[in-house]
Design a protein around this ligand. Structure first.
Ligand code: GDP
Ligand code: MG
Length: 566
């Protein structure tokens, strides 16, 4: 199709507001995917995503749609919905000219949705408001429209009322995509610039790169240069996503596709990088590239042996990576509690970055410690304001501002240490608000804090991966809670196991796990062999994800305990 008949769009929605269901309906209505081929939701095609009901990876799909007897090519670029992935969202928005803003008509606008709408507005995207779930008895689309107008300042006079589930309003949405979202600019004659918005590793073909051609033309076999990484390759395979990969010979400005080029590591094809031609380089790369901070470094510890220290975007990201490594690569892993990166100003004038609490310079060597702070914005129905402010206060939050955005909903802004947010803050926010509050955060900088190192000793051995950096005022309560939690989590052994929390050489809390005496099999009176086997199997399963620390078997959960203290 000509470039004037191409539309590139994404869907902005809060988790559960119906993005995947709508995407599936769009694919069905355009005949891109036969309904019998649909395995529930097509765009979320990773098992893990489906289980958790969230969208993790960016995906794209090309649809054909006939509008007034003319064929159009609609490219849907999916965006992740979780707060941890805002950079990925921003890059997929940058690959589009428009966005569907899907809001659950029985709920309303959420913090993350707001943040993403602002990103879309910054990128000059045409936004089409879609009020979803109008089939629900509690749906109030006109109230929610008013809310969007008040909060976002977006005109909702031509918002579309829809039910992705019942298939209501889907044709209106497709028509609106054609009518309201502008086509890409025709810049096929310029030097190539293509924006990478996703990539993944395929064991047979190397890294598969998803991109949007912003300027120029790319042909199969072209020698291409990735401007930020500085690496060059031959594009062996070029194709579109329909939504399965379909090879093509050329892609022009405005089109969305993928390439493979025997790229060995996803680190060489980063989201946000610009692809250009090796022999006809673009003068400037596309704006918005951000160096990825997550990284992996080999590390050894006397307690854990060989391992890697990895950077993650958040806890969810970490859990997903762990589960994928276990499911897809059959690895058995122990992860230890994450640490933020502290800045330690030493007496000798040097500043060192420290992400491993057990390597914190000794008190005698350091002058001060700085920790990263974030600004968080909570959106909540007014009933939960008190409970959420208590939560933020308890996490060393500094109150900044509160305002009512509608009669019933408030926005609350706090600044707080990132270290206080990496744990169960998000879970707490959800449980205290019965799922109704949402949040958004951004990094604001480093601030000096009164921090100390808390060590944990199990059976007299200092356990490096359990060392943690805490605020002085919280050290005693964290020490007590942590030793108690470890006592619950570590199974009883054949001998008594003392657990201690220390600051320097001072013990501030201690607990002990009493010994087990009886052989578990003694209960079986020697008779029933199948029952014996069952018991042994149960024991073996219980041993999964255990790490021996000295003579003590410590389960995976214990290494994360510090994040889940009451
Ligand atoms: P996502 O997290 O934004 O991708 O949301 P999903 O598409 O996974 O939908 C979340 C839940 O809402 C699922 O249980 C869907 O079946 C349900 N849902 C989605 N759209 C509608 C709708 O129009 N009406 C109703 N009643 N339920 C819907
Ligand atoms: Mg989804």
């Amino acid at each position: 199709v000509p470039i004037s008949n191409i539309r590139n769009f994404c869907i902005i929605a809060h988790i559960d507001h119906g993005k995947s269901t709508l995407a599936d309906k769009l694919l069905q209505m355009t005949g891109t995917v036969e309904s019998r081929d649909m395995k529930e939701q097509f765009l979320d095609n990773m098992d893990l995503e489906r289980e958790r009901g969230i969208t993790i990876k960016l995906q794209a799909a090309r649809m054909r749609f006939i509008y007034e007897n003319e064929p159009y090519c609609l490219n849907l670029i999916d965006t992740p919905g979780h707060v941890d992935f805002s950079y990925e969202v921003s890059r997929s928005l940058a690959a589009c000219e428009g966005a569907l803003l899907v809001v659950d008509a029985s709920q309303g606008v959420e913090a993350q949705t707001l943040a993403n709408v602002y990103l879309a507005l910054e990128n000059n995207l045409e936004i089409i408001p879609v009020l979803n779930k109008i089939d629900l008895p509690g749906a109030e689309p006109s109230r929610v429209c008013q809310e969007i107008e008040e909060i976002v300042g977006l005109d909702c006079s031509n918002a579309i009322y829809a039910s992705a589930k019942e298939g209501i309003g889907i044709t209106e949405i497709l028509n609106a995509i054609v009518q309201r979202i502008p086509p890409p600019r025709d810049t096929a004659g310029r030097p190539l610039r293509a924006l990478i918005f996703d990539s993944y590793y395929d064991p047979y073909r190397g890294v598969i790169v998803y991109f949007r051609v912003i300027d120029g033309t790319i042909k199969k076999g072209d020698r291409v240069l990735f401007m930020a990484s500085g690496k060059d390759y031959y594009a062996d395979e070029l194709g579109v996503l329909s939504p399965n990969q379909l090879q093509v010979d050329q892609l022009y400005a405005g089109e969305v596709g993928f390439l493979s080029a025997s790229i060995r590591s996803v680190a060489d094809a980063r989201v946000g990088d610009t692809i250009t031609h090796f022999n006809r380089k673009a003068e400037q790369s596309l704006p918005g590239y951000k160096e990825a901070t997550p990284m992996f470094e080999p590390e050894t510890s006397s307690a854990m042996g060989f391992g890697f220290r990895c950077g993650f975007l958040g806890l969810l990201h970490m859990e997903i990576v762990q589960e994928r490594l276990e499911r897809e690569y059959s690895l058995s892993l122990i992860t230890t509690a994450p640490s933020v990166v502290y800045r330690v100003n030493c007496i000798d004038g040097e500043t060192v970055e420290c992400s491993n609490p057990s390597l914190l310079p000794e008190p005698g060597k350091r002058r001060s410690i700085e920790e990263p702070f974030v600004k968080i914005e909570l959106l909540t129905p007014k009933d939960y304001i008190g409970s959420l402010m208590e939560l933020a206060q308890d996490r060393r939050g500094i109150f900044k501002e509160m305002k009512y955005i509608t009669e019933n909903r408030a926005s609350i802004i706090y600044e707080l240490p990132l270290a206080e947010m990496v744990g169960d803050f998000f879970d707490q926010l959800k449980s205290r608000s019965k799922g109704y509050a949402s949040m958004e955060y951004s990094f604001i900088g480093y601030t000096e804090s009164d921090l100390i190192k808390l060590d944990i000793l199990i059976n007299g051995d200092r356990v490096e991966p359990l060392a943690t950096i805490v605020h002085k005022d919280k050290a005693y309560s964290v020490g007590r809670a942590l030793t108690q939690k470890l006592k619950e989590l570590i199974p009883r052994q054949m001998f008594k196991v003392p657990i201690q929390a220390t600051i320097g050489s001072k013990v501030i809390a201690s607990e002990a796990i009493s010994a087990i005496r009886k052989d578990v099999l003694a209960k079986c009176y020697g008779g029933d062999i199948s029952r014996k086997k069952k018991l042994l199997k149960k024991q073996a399963e219980g041993k999964k994800r255990m790490k021996a620390i000295g003579k003590v078997d410590v389960p995976q959960e214990a290494f994360m305990a510090v994040l889940k203290l009451e």
